[in-house]
Design a binder for this molecule. Structure first.
Ligand SMILES: Nc1ncnc2c1ncn2[C@@H]1O[C@H](COP(=O)(O)OP(=O)(O)OP(=O)(O)O)[C@@H](O)[C@H]1O
Length: 229
């Protein structure tokens, strides 16, 4: 389980008159379940990219259980993310031509971490997410099935935090609801911290805390208004 602690974070991009993201202080407890909301362009994707180490911050500290990933080299951030962050994205980022099982195992294989126990866990997770045709090629699957594969992949290495960026946005209502249930159930079964960027109120309404961004700043924090930067 990972706790997040952000201090004095500022992210600027060329051509923007104000920062894409500016957070004075934000703490997310280990094991908590947090929704991130905000209008288009308010900084949500930038937040995901920064806290996962996909992008490096200009200024500030991003501590996961006390370790400041902003001070890491790119390759160390990549290793940290692979070992600790389960990412579920709106557009799945799966590989066509590979089966469900091969997609789930691919990142672990690339990291040299696909042990017998990990392979067994992949089978178990695919069964938990409700998929039985493990050899089915990704491109023949429905969007709801693809998102289930992406969830199984994200959970394979027992991440301390699951970060889902609009995980239900490209799904119909029924698949979206099933995928929301799965993410919540698996996060609590695995004891992972859960951060979900979403406009889907059926999903965000089931989380413990809602943080709203506006023009790169925290404009509302449903459990700790005093923390808003
Ligand atoms: N690489 C970049 N270069 C320049 N500006 C950027 C870059 N990335 C993001 N921005 C700007 O930063 C701001 C925040 O963008 P971000 O993608 O984080 O918003 P968002 O809340 O995720 O939006 P959406 O809901 O539409 O995905 C926007 O004004 C965007 O145009």
């Amino acid at each position: 389980m990972l706790a997040l602690d952000i201090e004095n974070l500022t992210v600027t991009f060329p051509g923007l008159s104000s920062p894409a993201l500016a957070i004075g202080r934000l703490s997310i407890d280990a094991g908590s379940r947090v929704a991130i909301t905000g209008a288009s362009g308010s900084g949500k994707s930038t937040f995901v990219n920064i806290v996962t180490g996909l992008e490096r911050t200009g200024e500030g500290r991003i501590r996961w259980n006390g370790e400041d990933i902003a001070a890491f080299s790119e390759s160390r951030r990549d290793r940290f993310r692979a070992a600790n962050v389960g990412l579920v994205m709106q557009e799945f980022h799966l590989f066509p031509g590979l089966s469900a099982l091969e997609n789930v195992l691919l990142p672990a294989r690339l990291a040299g971490a696909a042990t017998a126990a990990v392979i067994e866990r992949a089978y178990g997770l695919l069964s938990t997410v409700g998929l039985s045709r493990l050899g089915q090629k990704i491109e023949t699957m429905s969007r709801g099935e693809m998102q289930r594969v992406a969830i199984a992949r994200a959970l394979l290495r027992k991440p301390g935090v699951i970060i889902a960026d609009e995980p239900t946005a490209s799904l119909d209502a029924e698949s979206g609801e099933a995928v929301g249930d799965l993410i919540l159930d698996l996060a609590s079964a695995e004891g992972s911290t859960l951060i979900v960027v979403s406009h889907d109120q059926r999903l965000t309404g089931r989380l413990d805390r809602r943080i709203t961004f506006r023009s790169g700043r925290i404009s509302e924090d449903s459990t700790a208004a005093g923390e808003a930067a």
